[in-house]
Design a protein around this ligand. Sequence first.
Ligand SMILES: Nc1ncnc2c1ncn2[C@@H]1O[C@H](COP(=O)(O)OP(=O)(O)OP(=O)(O)O)[C@@H](O)[C@H]1O
Ligand SMILES: [Mn+2]
Length: 504
Amino acid sequence: QNNYYNLSKEIFKYMSLSKCNALLPITFFSHSSSAPASWLLKKLPTSSQNEEHPTQPAEAKNHQAKGSVSDVMDKAKKLIDAGKQTGKVKGGSKLDALFKHPLYNLPRPELQDDDWLLRVRTNEDPQEKKSYEKVTWTSDVETHPPWLRFHLGISRWELYNRTDHNLVQLTEYLATQRILGAVQKTGGTQLKLLLSFPNHGQALLKPMKQSRDAETDVNLFYFSDFERHNAEISAFHLDRLLGFNRIPPVIGRLINATSEIKDITTDHKLSKTFFKSPAGNVCFYGHCEYYCSTEHPVCGKPDGVEASLAAMLPDLTLAPRRSWRSPWRRSYSRTKLAQWEKDPEYCNSVKQTAPYNQGTRLVDLIDMTILDFLMSNMDRHHYETFEKFGNDTFLLHLDNGRGFGRHSQDEPSILAPLKQCCRIRHSTLLRLRLLSVPDFRLSDMMRDCLTQDPLTAVAPLLSEPHLAALDRRLATILKVVQTCQEKHKDVLYEDLGGYDADKL
Ligand SMILES: Nc1ncnc2c1ncn2[C@@H]1O[C@H](COP(=O)(O)OP(=O)(O)OP(=O)(O)O)[C@@H](O)[C@H]1O
Ligand SMILES: [Mn+2]
């Protein structure tokens, strides 16, 4: 389960058996910790094609050669290739133009050493150095697998740099790497799996449980709503389009429930829940609090299961995170109202309470509110930050599975923080305005982004009504801000520095 831990164990075992010529010693430093954790990584090939895992049986390598999963993946690849071509001429150029806009390239203060979550250092111990071949001492990023480069790219202000070429490699890695392990991940209330890949990468899998177009039952509370794989994927793209970069990369993948989960899992509790449905499809349900029962199975067609795969964040032992309860958390009760629902002056007390009384925390929370209103996610009870960065850092927008549940209706209560505080980052507001002009319409940008996902080959990740809802909700947000500006003076949190906003 613990990637780095297993990794180091494995490497140390390997070291005692060999002369370590093929090893790349790397030290990870977490600046906040007084005792930096030290790990060794195996030297990793740059190409993802020739990665092998010594314990994997040979036939597992060929599982993609047959069956409906590979057919769909072929189709997916063709579609993506076609999309790339047409994208250059039409849709893609709009998206490119959006990301080239100054609002997506605002100058940032240069990152200092302690603005990086992790750091690689080599040549630490001259004693140790003697036992290695000199050539193996390299911190060359080219030798790092995409998941590691993603971890090393996490900074105080964002989870990834949008222009980092590694993002493409990371999503390709998640979409294509052979799955070596699949176990249930504990924590949270619904079924999810932890996948492991060659080169020690991992992903968090959420399976599709209902059809994309099924709208959330109006009589279900938000806390009993199903999680949606397409919401996780769409949320990643939406967050990126808003210029936040606060959600770990997520891709869609068609998984073979038999060969990529049942046959390889070491999780006996999970494998015991597999069965064949009356229609002859492979199904499973696992163990969890909600919807892990024969009545709510995940079923393949006949064994292809749609799923979202999120890149895993660095292990908690290396990069501890802090979980914060949202001041606008819902009551999670069928009968009680939360304080913010009863007190129109609620924000005044939040504004005076740490950490919301300083820095960017309040406007960060408003950014998250905007993301959640757009996708209609009512389930943001907590958010997380990296402990290392203290209070001066971005908020991680994890767990977006309950977004995009209903397109025909908006949920105004999600906007409560914005309405009650009347505060917003200037750059966020300007990007929202940009996404409401016809050239950069949010729904069009989202449609384009989502066609890059492999699962688009199966069906569009968001139906047209969901895309249209984004434009409608964006207009609502802009109206709320306008109303605020008519009543208050200090609505804008100025983060454009010396930039002349009129020129943007
Ligand atoms: N990409 C990720 N990398 C590492 N850890 C993650 C990632 N995504 C989520 N987690 C962790 O796993 C936990 C459970 O994930 P998530 O919240 O998505 O599950 P959930 O079942 O929807 O939870 P809940 O029922 O509380 O809504 C999160 O609290 C978070 O700390
Ligand atoms: Mn959830």
